[in-house]
Design a protein around this ligand. Structure first.
Ligand SMILES: [Zn+2]
Length: 428
């Protein structure tokens, strides 16, 4: 199949160079985008070829999410927990560990499909997810992968290993990674956080990640309590513990949050060149504090932590919240927004080639140029401007509508699964 984009205003995501003309988008994992002088006549096109008239709209690289939790999708609007949490540990106990314990594979599938739908409509074509469903582990990663594939998204998955539910569930989590990664699935080895992961599980996780040439994906010092527990149980700080276990030596390792780090930990992250993921809206929501990422490293990417699937929103939140603490510049936030592509490319993961694009129906009140694009990115562009989305050279959203799946059907089923989940939670 050949996909032609007629009358495109193509914006290079790295140089901001804007080129008006026609594009040919190749299909496949590392398909190229090339400029063409002419769109072939209808008679010259094969039956499966497509021509989309962009009507001089902006076309640029689509977006990636550096940290998502599809497992939280059905929590939206759920009844109040048995106890209103007053701190981070209670947020986990009364909200998230109640939700994830009640998930079955049918709910996981519904959650993944609904999240994938939102990602696609927001122009996000690559998702790095961190999953938990302790009583439905076996087959969970393949279920999520299948749902993402159905919508047309690329993905990097893992299961959130933890000792919080006992040895058998920790073992099942390891087995799920082994099964998914050995079957050719693209993923990390996931860990919940230091305070729920014992030394044996950490060692086995690093061994597994090493075996499959990947890294760990773990929450790090999201709340101060993670550091307190680590100092008490292991006599060292969290990042030191991961460094000692060999996790930072793996270039694919992702350290999520990193709110409460001391200077020695920041130095360890810089020395190892580890990637850090910022999820500012989640940190604000959980009232756990905020990091000055600029003082840690420039290898920072953005995620949503499962709160939503809109990376343009995450970028704006990171910019506004970064003002008082970091005095962060628009260019730095744009880099953090785009660093997910650098992370994927640096580590050889597939599914984020040049042929992942968004066509933006951007109703700008002023001229958009190479020189001022970042100002439009921060103050103007948002997800309502995402008109058409191309993933691996295939159209997955056209004129705001998903093309591969039935949106109404997915949301109706998700709603049914949400009611099933809430009922189960009420009975637990
Ligand atoms: Zn998270």
């Amino acid at each position: 199949m050949s996909l032609y984009l007629k009358n495109a205003k193509y914006l290079d995501w790295q140089t901001f160079e804007i080129t008006a003309g026609h594009l040919l988008v190749e299909e496949g994992n590392s398909g190229k985008v090339t400029s063409v002088n002419q769109i072939p006549e209808q008679s010259e096109l094969a039956a499966e070829d497509r021509v989309i008239d962009c009507q001089n709209r902006l076309v640029t690289k689509s977006f990636g999410c550096g940290h998502h939790h599809i497992y939280s999708t059905l929590a939206r609007g759920m009844p109040a927990p048995k106890k209103i949490p007053t701190n981070f540990q209670e947020i986990l106990t009364y909200i998230w560990w109640t939700v994830d314990k009640c998930l079955d594979l049918e709910m996981v599938e519904a959650s993944a499909l609904a999240s994938a739908l939102y990602c696609a409509k927001n122009g996000v074509t690559f998702v790095i997810d961190h999953h938990a469903s302790p009583y439905a582990i076996e087959g969970s990663l393949a279920t999520i992968a299948k749902a993402f594939d159905k919508v047309g998204l690329s993905h990097l998955l893992c299961y959130e290993l933890s000792d919080r539910d006992g040895q058998a569930i920790a073992d099942a989590g390891l087995a799920e990674h082994e099964s998914y990664l050995s079957g050719g699935g693209q993923g990390h080895v996931g860990l919940h956080a230091s305070f729920t992961v014992g030394d044996e599980l950490l060692t086995r996780a690093v061994e597994l990640a090493t075996k499959y040439n990947t890294g760990l994906h773990v929450h790090v010092a999201e709340d101060k309590s993670d550091q307190d527990a680590c100092l008490k149980d292991y006599g060292k700080r969290v990042v030191q513990r991961y460094a000692d276990a060999g996790a930072l030596a793996l270039p694919q390792t992702m350290l999520v949050h990193c709110i409460h780090l001391d200077e020695s930990e920041k130095e360890l992250i810089r020395t190892h060149g580890s990637w850090v993921t910022e999820n500012i809206e989640s940190n604000q929501n959980n009232n756990v504090g905020q990091a000055n990422y600029g003082q840690i490293t420039d290898k920072v990417m953005l995620g949503t932590d499962g709160m939503h699937s809109d990376m343009l929103r995450s970028a704006k939140a990171a910019f506004l919240s970064g003002q008082p603490l970091e005095g962060v510049g628009m260019d730095t936030i744009y880099d953090r927004f785009r660093n997910v592509h650098r992370y994927i490319q640096q580590n050889g993961f597939k599914g984020d080639g040049d042929n992942n694009l968004v066509i933006l129906d951007y109703d700008a009140p002023t001229e958009v140029t190479s020189a001022n694009f970042i100002g439009h990115f921060i103050y103007g562009l948002d997800s309502r401007h995402v008109n058409t989305v191309i993933a691996n050279g295939r159209v997955i959203v056209e004129n705001g509508l998903v093309t591969n799946v039935d949106e109404e059907e997915i949301l109706a089923h998700a709603s049914e699964m949400g009611n099933k989940l809430w009922k189960k939670m009420g009975e637990s």
